[in-house]
Design a protein around this ligand. Structure first.
Ligand SMILES: [Zn+2]
Length: 300
């Protein structure tokens, strides 16, 4: 797939986002999305910025954190061409999510993971179901079931094909706090890993740490939007040892990550990427190198 096609695909995404958000200033960025390169352990993608990151092609893994404010909607484009989603954003952001994942080439979702049942994670699901054929939906608990039966056991691999393994790391038990009950997944592709912990907070973070699981990831979707109100996520961050911390937040509505959390992430070596500042954030990797691109450019 040529770079020409690749930039066109990304432009389509930008156009879609622009149409939805009606932000005229974005026009400036059309066609020249600012590209940022991320160091990998061994190499940096070479080439001019606009060439260094390209759209998905066979053999690559693309992870897109769609900007839905303080909420999660993450599209996974797997190396074998299939698409999966982790959470679906709000009902109010469903139209944008549908348009964005269409622009990224999805016509079907082979897997949808619903981490927990808060509206900022599952609100868009009914619309997604109407718009796309869906292969399989997984969630940690059936919310119609008063006993909260575990539907997906930790230790399960949801995907294990083409060098990509999407593993379920938790939850290991029921929690009173819906956030702690989040389905936690880790995606590994070659040397690169992503951790998607939903909104796990105090108790579930401790339980994950106590189980000595492999939590390490190059990219961490920061749980609970960077807000913890009274306990420290530092031990969790130290165990993950990520290089990039993606925070899904909504600054205009005051739903910002805590300053102490931002400092903690930076002190532990993370480049912090916030959707409220950067818009949609897209990572691309071949399993060795990792690059990223943001809707509005820049970091923090
Ligand atoms: Zn949330």
């Amino acid at each position: 797939m040529s770079n020409k096609f690749s930039s066109r695909t990304w432009m389509q995404l930008l156009s879609t986002v622009k149409a939805v958000l009606v932000i005229s200033v974005l026009t400036v960025f059309l066609g020249i999305p600012q590209t940022l390169l991320a160091e990998s352990a061994s190499a940096i993608l070479k080439g001019a910025p606009e060439q260094a990151i390209s759209a998905w092609e066979a053999g690559l893994l693309e992870i897109t954190f769609i900007d839905v404010g303080k909420g999660d909607a993450i599209l996974l484009h797997l190396p074998d061409g299939r698409f999966a989603m982790i959470d679906t954003g709000y009902e109010q952001t469903a139209k944008k999510v549908v348009q964005t994942i269409r622009a990224l080439g999805a016509t079907r979702l082979d897997l949808v993971v619903l981490t927990h049942h808060d509206k900022d994670h599952v609100g868009g699901y009914p619309h997604i179901v109407e718009e796309f054929p869906i292969g399989k939906v997984v969630q940690s608990y059936d919310f119609r079931d008063k006993k909260k039966t575990v539907l997906v056991q930790p230790g399960t691999d949801l995907v294990d094909e083409g060098g990509v393994v999407l593993s379920v790391l938790g939850p290991w038990k029921s929690y009173e706090d819906e956030n702690d009950a989040s389905l936690v997944t880790r995606l590994a592709f070659g040397k690169i890993a992503f951790l998607f912990p939903g909104d796990v907070v105090n108790k579930a973070q401790s339980d994950l740490l106590n189980r000595n699981l492999d939590l390490h990831a190059d990219v961490l979707k920061v749980p609970h939007h960077g807000r913890y109100l009274g306990f420290s996520p530092r031990p969790f961050f130290m165990a993950v040892k990520s290089r990039f911390a993606v925070i899904t937040s909504d600054e205009p509505n005051g739903e910002m990550p805590e300053g102490s959390v931002l400092r903690m992430l930076q002190e532990s070596g993370n480049t912090v990427l916030r959707t409220d500042r950067l818009g949609t954030i897209r990572f691309l990797t071949d399993g060795k190198k990792l690059s990223y691109q943001t809707e509005f450019g820049g970091s923090m």
